[in-house]
Design a protein around this ligand. Structure first.
Ligand code: FES
Ligand code: FES
Length: 157
């Protein structure tokens, strides 16, 4: 049976119908058309589907949509876009932290969640915050460098 869900998504209040067993990833991608959030493993292991719920990272592929009721959600679309990119998005490109790009939305959202709590994180803090986000391409060094560069840009504009 469908239920009406209300939450704030990327700064806008929305109301949407969902089945009781709908997963947040499916609601975002299929119902709301926000395909920036990726489906990798579908089992909570790779972090490609990471979004923020009330500032905390969750794997939306295993997160029931109903749990997001009355929450504040942020997906990668909420960070910025081509015309107005977030400093993290700029830094990922500048530092060569994007190869195939499949992990990138989840990495960006996890990194954004970290910077909200820890504006100038050290290497270990970045590694720990991104531990749930797997990348098959970059070897992580450039991703860590990008998060550091963005944190400096934000804290010392
Ligand atoms: S797709 Fe959700 S953790 Fe891999
Ligand atoms: S850039 Fe390809 S998986 Fe990370």
């Amino acid at each position: 049976m469908k239920k009406q869900l209300t939450f704030v998504l990327n700064g806008k209040k929305i109301s949407v119908e969902a089945e009781a067993d709908t997963l947040l990833l499916d609601l975002l991608r299929e119902t709301l058309g926000l395909t920036g959030t990726k489906r990798g493993c579908g089992e909570g292991e790779c972090g490609a589907c990471t979004v923020l719920v009330n500032g905390e990272t969750v794997n939306s592929c295993i997160y029931p949509a109903w749990k997001a009721e009355h929450s504040e959600l942020l997906t990668v679309e909420g960070l910025g876009d081509r015309e107005n990119p977030h400093p993290l998005q700029e830094a990922f490109l500048e530092q060569g932290a994007v190869q195939c790009g499949f992990c990138t939305p989840g990495m960006l959202v996890s990194a954004y969640g970290l910077l909200q709590k820890t504006p100038t994180p050290g290497t270990e803090e970045i590694k720990s915050a991104l531990a749930g986000n797997l990348c098959r391409c970059t070897g992580y060094k450039k991703i860590i460098a990008a998060v550091k560069a963005a944190s400096l840009k934000i804290s010392q504009p």
